[in-house]
Design a protein around this ligand. Structure first.
Ligand code: PAP
Length: 319
């Protein structure tokens, strides 16, 4: 699609205000896409050619993306780097595992060169399952989805918007307004329920293709529950010797919220798009929503999510 056709398309799409900044959200292929990302989305869908060896990390924003990037990178590269020289100590996880539609495909004049990347390429996207490029679905590449209970995801997203709004010197949207938009499904890459259900169903239909993880499970048992499963799925299972030598624990410590948050590289500077690296590390806990949502908000969202997920077999422990 040419630039002027994209501009025309943007003008015709239904729009809603974004939670921060001067950009807006446009309703594209059934989800709410930040207007500034639409070019990257279209270009990624059109041009990306998946390899069978690719590992694609997916999520709705604020669900544990940064964490899953760090974990996947550390697992896949554990024989290349030691604990002392691991790139995660000096490079932000979003730079080690870039977003395709938000980072790699944003340049209107140039496509990214992904051919020179060695296998396995670890790449990421926030796109819903039905909007993934065909080659991701059709090839043998593997997809890891991480999701989070909607209460914490909403609150994390709201805090992120507050920070962003302060930087943009825009008046931030009050929580009540964001909450209302959230219940209408209006937030980056929302509605939440469509996003999680798309990947949930794919993971049930194709368990060797799509691995479905939950932030809360990672918090509860990152080592022998989730890391074992993730490493096996990625094609890099831990050997008995590694298990015995504590490699799993070393990886989870390296990627822990506390460790990553305190690294100099994650405290200062910005990522592409002007997002502060530090804004990706706030509290990193389960249940912080209880400090913000009123009982009536909790009831409204709980009822809504239960209705949307009914019959799917998917549920969240946090409520
Ligand atoms: P993104 O979609 O913009 O990349 P994402 O990483 O999915 O954001 O979500 C950020 C949340 O994950 C933040 O949650 P909070 O606001 O509730 O605190 C952030 O603190 C949390 N987070 C980041 N890194 C980790 C980690 N290593 N372990 C646990 N939680 C983390």
């Amino acid at each position: 699609m040419e630039a002027d056709q994209e501009e025309e398309l943007l003008q015709t799409l239904p729009r809603e205000r974004n939670w921060y900044g001067t950009s807006y959200l446009c309703h594209f292929q059934g989800f709410w896409c930040p207007s500034w990302a639409i070019h990257g989305v279209i270009s990624f869908q059109k041009h990306f050619q998946a390899r069978d060896t690719d590992l694609i990390l997916t999520s709705v924003p604020k669900s544990g993306t940064t964490w899953s990037k760090a974990l996947a990178f550390a697992i896949v590269n554990r024989t290349r780097y030691g604990l002392e020289d691991n790139p995660l100590l000096t490079v932000n996880p979003h730079e080690l595992v870039p977003f395709m539609e938000l980072n790699l495909y944003v340049n209107k004049n140039r496509l990214p060169n992904l051919e020179d990347r060695s296998d396995p390429r670890i790449l990421s996207t926030h796109l819903p399952y039905p909007s993934l490029p065909v080659s991701i679905i059709d090839s043998g590449c593997r997809v890891v989805y991480v999701c989070r209970n909607p209460f914490d995801q909403l609150i994390s997203h709201w805090h992120f918007s507050l920070k962003r709004a302060q930087e943009d010197v825009d008046p931030p949207l009050p929580l009540e307004e964001c909450f209302d938009l959230y219940c209408k499904g209006v937030h980056s890459f929302g509605p939440f329920w469509d996003h999680v259900l798309g990947y949930w169903k794919a993971s049930l239909e194709k368990p060797n293709k799509v691995l479905f993880l939950k932030y809360e499970d990672l918090k509860e048992d990152v080592n022998f529950g989730q890391l074992l499963k993730l490493a096996k799925f990625l094609g890099f299972p831990f050997s008995a010797e590694e298990e015995r030598d504590g490699v799993i624990e070393q990886i989870s410590s390296l990627c822990s919220f506390e460790n990553l948050k305190d690294l100099q590289v994650n405290k200062t500077g910005e990522l592409a798009g002007g997002f502060k690296k530090s804004s990706h590390f706030r509290k990193g806990v389960v249940g912080d929503w209880a400090n913000y949502l009123t009982p009536s908000m909790v009831k409204r969202l709980k009822d809504l999510v239960e209705e949307k997920l009914a019959g799917s077999g998917l549920s969240f422990k946090a409520f």
